[in-house]
Write a protein that binds this ligand. Structure first.
Ligand code: TMP
Length: 259
Protein backbone atom coordinates (compact mmCIF):
# COMPACT_ATOMS: atom_id res chain seq x y z
CA UNK A 1 0.00 0.00 0.00
CA UNK A 2 1.33 3.45 -0.85
CA UNK A 3 2.36 5.51 2.15
CA UNK A 4 -0.23 8.14 2.98
CA UNK A 5 0.70 11.72 2.48
CA UNK A 6 1.23 13.55 5.75
CA UNK A 7 -0.36 16.99 5.69
CA UNK A 8 0.63 18.27 9.12
CA UNK A 9 2.18 17.13 12.37
CA UNK A 10 1.19 18.86 15.59
CA UNK A 11 2.14 18.22 19.20
CA UNK A 12 -0.48 15.54 19.86
CA UNK A 13 -1.85 14.66 16.42
CA UNK A 14 -0.87 14.00 12.82
CA UNK A 15 -3.08 14.79 9.84
CA UNK A 16 -2.90 12.64 6.72
CA UNK A 17 -4.56 13.01 3.37
CA UNK A 18 -8.03 11.43 3.47
CA UNK A 19 -9.62 8.92 1.10
CA UNK A 20 -11.85 11.52 -0.57
CA UNK A 21 -11.29 15.16 -1.47
CA UNK A 22 -12.16 17.43 1.44
CA UNK A 23 -11.36 14.79 4.06
CA UNK A 24 -8.36 14.14 6.27
CA UNK A 25 -7.33 11.38 8.65
CA UNK A 26 -6.61 12.59 12.17
CA UNK A 27 -4.14 10.35 14.03
CA UNK A 28 -3.90 10.68 17.83
CA UNK A 29 -0.37 10.31 19.23
CA UNK A 30 0.64 9.44 22.79
CA UNK A 31 2.90 12.49 22.90
CA UNK A 32 2.13 15.13 25.48
CA UNK A 33 3.53 18.62 25.75
CA UNK A 34 2.97 21.49 28.13
CA UNK A 35 4.03 25.11 28.49
CA UNK A 36 4.37 25.57 24.73
CA UNK A 37 6.30 22.32 24.35
CA UNK A 38 8.99 23.24 26.90
CA UNK A 39 7.90 20.08 28.72
CA UNK A 40 7.61 16.91 26.66
CA UNK A 41 6.61 13.35 27.43
CA UNK A 42 4.52 10.40 26.38
CA UNK A 43 1.39 9.11 28.02
CA UNK A 44 1.13 5.54 26.83
CA UNK A 45 -2.37 4.85 25.50
CA UNK A 46 -3.47 8.52 25.57
CA UNK A 47 -4.00 8.66 21.80
CA UNK A 48 -6.41 5.73 21.85
CA UNK A 49 -8.42 7.24 24.71
CA UNK A 50 -8.52 10.75 23.22
CA UNK A 51 -9.61 9.41 19.83
CA UNK A 52 -12.53 7.66 21.50
CA UNK A 53 -13.44 10.46 23.95
CA UNK A 54 -13.31 13.13 21.25
CA UNK A 55 -15.41 11.01 18.89
CA UNK A 56 -18.01 10.52 21.60
CA UNK A 57 -18.20 14.21 22.52
CA UNK A 58 -18.24 15.46 18.92
CA UNK A 59 -20.98 12.97 18.07
CA UNK A 60 -23.09 14.18 21.00
CA UNK A 61 -22.49 17.82 20.04
CA UNK A 62 -23.47 17.02 16.45
CA UNK A 63 -26.69 15.64 17.89
CA UNK A 64 -27.58 19.02 19.43
CA UNK A 65 -26.86 20.86 16.19
CA UNK A 66 -23.25 21.95 16.61
CA UNK A 67 -21.48 21.39 13.29
CA UNK A 68 -18.16 19.55 13.72
CA UNK A 69 -15.37 18.23 11.51
CA UNK A 70 -15.86 14.64 12.77
CA UNK A 71 -17.04 12.13 10.17
CA UNK A 72 -16.27 8.66 11.56
CA UNK A 73 -13.79 6.61 13.53
CA UNK A 74 -11.42 4.55 11.39
CA UNK A 75 -9.50 2.58 14.02
CA UNK A 76 -8.12 2.89 17.55
CA UNK A 77 -6.02 5.95 16.83
CA UNK A 78 -7.57 7.48 13.73
CA UNK A 79 -10.71 9.28 12.71
CA UNK A 80 -11.91 10.62 9.39
CA UNK A 81 -12.56 14.35 9.53
CA UNK A 82 -13.58 17.13 7.18
CA UNK A 83 -10.70 19.20 5.92
CA UNK A 84 -11.00 22.72 7.29
CA UNK A 85 -8.96 25.89 7.29
CA UNK A 86 -8.12 26.27 10.97
CA UNK A 87 -9.01 29.67 12.42
CA UNK A 88 -5.78 30.72 14.20
CA UNK A 89 -7.58 31.36 17.48
CA UNK A 90 -7.88 29.11 20.55
CA UNK A 91 -11.20 29.74 22.26
CA UNK A 92 -10.94 29.07 26.01
CA UNK A 93 -14.11 28.79 28.09
CA UNK A 94 -13.86 29.08 31.88
CA UNK A 95 -16.39 28.26 34.59
CA UNK A 96 -13.98 28.10 37.53
CA UNK A 97 -10.73 29.95 38.26
CA UNK A 98 -7.73 27.73 37.38
CA UNK A 99 -4.47 27.66 35.47
CA UNK A 100 -3.31 30.82 33.75
CA UNK A 101 -6.35 32.82 34.94
CA UNK A 102 -5.48 32.05 38.54
CA UNK A 103 -1.89 33.23 37.96
CA UNK A 104 -2.87 36.32 35.97
CA UNK A 105 -5.37 37.75 38.46
CA UNK A 106 -3.96 36.26 41.66
CA UNK A 107 -7.10 34.36 42.66
CA UNK A 108 -6.85 30.87 44.07
CA UNK A 109 -7.83 27.95 41.88
CA UNK A 110 -11.29 26.54 42.49
CA UNK A 111 -13.35 29.70 42.83
CA UNK A 112 -16.58 29.38 40.85
CA UNK A 113 -17.00 32.26 38.42
CA UNK A 114 -20.27 34.22 38.64
CA UNK A 115 -20.44 34.10 34.85
CA UNK A 116 -18.70 32.10 32.17
CA UNK A 117 -15.62 33.75 30.67
CA UNK A 118 -14.51 33.34 27.06
CA UNK A 119 -10.91 34.14 26.19
CA UNK A 120 -9.09 34.13 22.88
CA UNK A 121 -5.48 33.16 22.25
CA UNK A 122 -3.65 33.73 18.97
CA UNK A 123 -2.25 30.41 17.75
CA UNK A 124 1.43 31.08 17.24
CA UNK A 125 3.98 28.78 18.86
CA UNK A 126 6.84 31.21 18.35
CA UNK A 127 4.92 33.83 20.34
CA UNK A 128 3.68 31.31 22.93
CA UNK A 129 0.00 31.68 21.96
CA UNK A 130 -0.61 35.17 23.43
CA UNK A 131 -4.03 36.11 24.75
CA UNK A 132 -5.77 38.56 22.44
CA UNK A 133 -9.07 40.43 22.45
CA UNK A 134 -11.81 40.45 19.83
CA UNK A 135 -10.43 43.84 18.77
CA UNK A 136 -7.11 42.24 17.82
CA UNK A 137 -8.84 39.37 16.04
CA UNK A 138 -10.90 41.73 13.89
CA UNK A 139 -8.12 44.25 13.36
CA UNK A 140 -5.64 41.64 12.12
CA UNK A 141 -8.29 39.69 10.20
CA UNK A 142 -7.80 36.33 11.98
CA UNK A 143 -11.58 35.94 11.95
CA UNK A 144 -14.50 38.05 10.78
CA UNK A 145 -17.14 39.60 13.03
CA UNK A 146 -19.62 36.94 11.97
CA UNK A 147 -17.14 34.10 12.58
CA UNK A 148 -16.28 35.50 15.99
CA UNK A 149 -19.95 35.68 16.86
CA UNK A 150 -20.56 32.11 15.65
CA UNK A 151 -17.53 30.77 17.55
CA UNK A 152 -18.55 32.47 20.81
CA UNK A 153 -22.13 31.28 20.39
CA UNK A 154 -21.03 27.67 19.76
CA UNK A 155 -18.55 27.85 22.65
CA UNK A 156 -21.37 28.78 25.06
CA UNK A 157 -23.62 26.02 23.72
CA UNK A 158 -20.79 23.48 24.00
CA UNK A 159 -20.12 24.67 27.56
CA UNK A 160 -23.77 24.39 28.62
CA UNK A 161 -24.08 20.92 27.14
CA UNK A 162 -20.75 19.55 28.40
CA UNK A 163 -21.13 21.06 31.89
CA UNK A 164 -24.34 19.05 32.24
CA UNK A 165 -22.91 15.92 30.65
CA UNK A 166 -19.89 15.92 32.97
CA UNK A 167 -21.90 16.89 36.07
CA UNK A 168 -24.03 13.82 35.38
CA UNK A 169 -20.93 11.63 35.80
CA UNK A 170 -19.57 13.46 38.84
CA UNK A 171 -17.09 15.68 37.00
CA UNK A 172 -16.77 19.47 37.22
CA UNK A 173 -15.99 21.07 33.87
CA UNK A 174 -13.59 23.78 35.04
CA UNK A 175 -12.40 25.09 31.67
CA UNK A 176 -11.59 23.91 28.17
CA UNK A 177 -10.17 24.97 24.83
CA UNK A 178 -11.90 24.81 21.45
CA UNK A 179 -10.64 25.26 17.92
CA UNK A 180 -12.71 26.04 14.87
CA UNK A 181 -12.17 25.66 11.15
CA UNK A 182 -13.64 27.18 8.00
CA UNK A 183 -15.33 25.12 5.36
CA UNK A 184 -16.18 26.53 1.97
CA UNK A 185 -19.43 25.97 0.15
CA UNK A 186 -19.25 27.73 -3.21
CA UNK A 187 -18.01 31.21 -2.41
CA UNK A 188 -19.37 31.17 1.15
CA UNK A 189 -17.59 29.90 4.23
CA UNK A 190 -18.73 29.00 7.72
CA UNK A 191 -16.99 27.88 10.87
CA UNK A 192 -17.38 24.44 12.40
CA UNK A 193 -15.91 22.84 15.52
CA UNK A 194 -12.54 21.19 14.77
CA UNK A 195 -9.48 19.68 16.49
CA UNK A 196 -10.51 17.56 19.51
CA UNK A 197 -12.23 17.69 22.87
CA UNK A 198 -10.42 15.45 25.33
CA UNK A 199 -8.73 15.62 28.75
CA UNK A 200 -5.72 17.16 26.92
CA UNK A 201 -7.60 20.44 26.46
CA UNK A 202 -10.07 20.45 29.36
CA UNK A 203 -9.80 20.74 33.12
CA UNK A 204 -11.95 18.03 34.65
CA UNK A 205 -12.18 17.72 38.43
CA UNK A 206 -13.85 14.89 40.26
CA UNK A 207 -16.78 16.52 42.07
CA UNK A 208 -16.43 14.47 45.24
CA UNK A 209 -12.66 14.45 45.77
CA UNK A 210 -11.49 17.39 43.64
CA UNK A 211 -9.03 15.02 41.98
CA UNK A 212 -7.75 16.20 38.60
CA UNK A 213 -8.76 13.96 35.68
CA UNK A 214 -6.95 15.81 32.89
CA UNK A 215 -3.60 16.92 31.48
CA UNK A 216 -2.76 18.93 34.61
CA UNK A 217 -1.59 15.55 35.97
CA UNK A 218 1.17 15.71 33.36
CA UNK A 219 1.74 19.49 33.51
CA UNK A 220 2.12 19.38 37.30
CA UNK A 221 3.92 16.01 37.61
CA UNK A 222 1.08 14.45 39.58
CA UNK A 223 1.38 11.03 37.89
CA UNK A 224 -1.49 8.71 37.05
CA UNK A 225 -2.22 10.38 33.70
CA UNK A 226 -3.51 7.29 31.89
CA UNK A 227 -5.61 6.22 34.86
CA UNK A 228 -7.22 9.68 34.93
CA UNK A 229 -8.01 9.64 31.18
CA UNK A 230 -9.34 6.07 31.54
CA UNK A 231 -11.56 7.17 34.39
CA UNK A 232 -13.08 9.89 32.20
CA UNK A 233 -13.64 7.37 29.37
CA UNK A 234 -15.09 4.85 31.82
CA UNK A 235 -17.57 7.34 33.28
CA UNK A 236 -18.60 8.36 29.76
CA UNK A 237 -19.46 4.69 29.22
CA UNK A 238 -16.63 4.09 26.75
CA UNK A 239 -14.77 1.42 28.73
CA UNK A 240 -16.02 -1.76 30.34
CA UNK A 241 -16.73 -1.05 34.01
CA UNK A 242 -13.99 -3.30 35.38
CA UNK A 243 -11.39 -3.27 32.63
CA UNK A 244 -9.17 -0.92 30.75
CA UNK A 245 -9.67 -2.15 27.20
CA UNK A 246 -11.39 0.46 25.09
CA UNK A 247 -14.69 -0.77 23.67
CA UNK A 248 -13.52 0.31 20.25
CA UNK A 249 -11.24 -2.73 20.10
CA UNK A 250 -14.27 -4.92 20.21
CA UNK A 251 -16.02 -3.47 17.24
CA UNK A 252 -12.94 -3.17 15.08
CA UNK A 253 -12.24 -6.83 15.81
CA UNK A 254 -15.83 -7.72 14.98
CA UNK A 255 -15.42 -5.94 11.63
CA UNK A 256 -12.13 -7.73 10.98
CA UNK A 257 -13.77 -11.06 11.61
CA UNK A 258 -16.59 -10.02 9.28
CA UNK A 259 -19.31 -10.23 11.92
P1 TMP B 1 -4.84 27.85 30.85
O1 TMP B 1 -5.43 28.01 32.22
O2 TMP B 1 -3.46 27.28 30.87
O3 TMP B 1 -4.93 29.10 30.05
O4 TMP B 1 -5.73 26.75 30.09
C1 TMP B 1 -7.13 26.89 29.95
C2 TMP B 1 -7.69 25.64 29.31
O5 TMP B 1 -7.27 25.52 27.97
C3 TMP B 1 -7.27 24.35 29.98
O6 TMP B 1 -8.39 23.49 30.04
C4 TMP B 1 -6.22 23.76 29.10
C5 TMP B 1 -6.56 24.31 27.76
N1 TMP B 1 -5.36 24.61 26.97
C6 TMP B 1 -5.08 23.89 25.83
O7 TMP B 1 -5.83 22.98 25.46
N2 TMP B 1 -3.98 24.22 25.09
C7 TMP B 1 -3.13 25.20 25.46
O8 TMP B 1 -2.14 25.45 24.77
C8 TMP B 1 -3.42 25.93 26.66
C9 TMP B 1 -2.51 27.04 27.12
C10 TMP B 1 -4.53 25.61 27.38
Amino acid sequence: MARRRQIYEGKAKILYEGPEPGTLIQYFKDDATAFNAQKKGTISGKGVLNNRISEHIFTLLGGIGIPTHFLRRLNMREQLIRQVEIVPIEVVVRNVVAGSLSKRIGVEEGQQLPRTIIEYYYKDDALGDPMVSDEHILCFGWASQEELHDMADMAIRVNDYLSGLFAGIGIRLVDFKLEFGRIWENEFSRVILADEISPDGCRLWDMASGEKLDKDRFRRDLGGEVEAYQEVARRLGLLPEDGDTPVLDLDSHRKLRGK
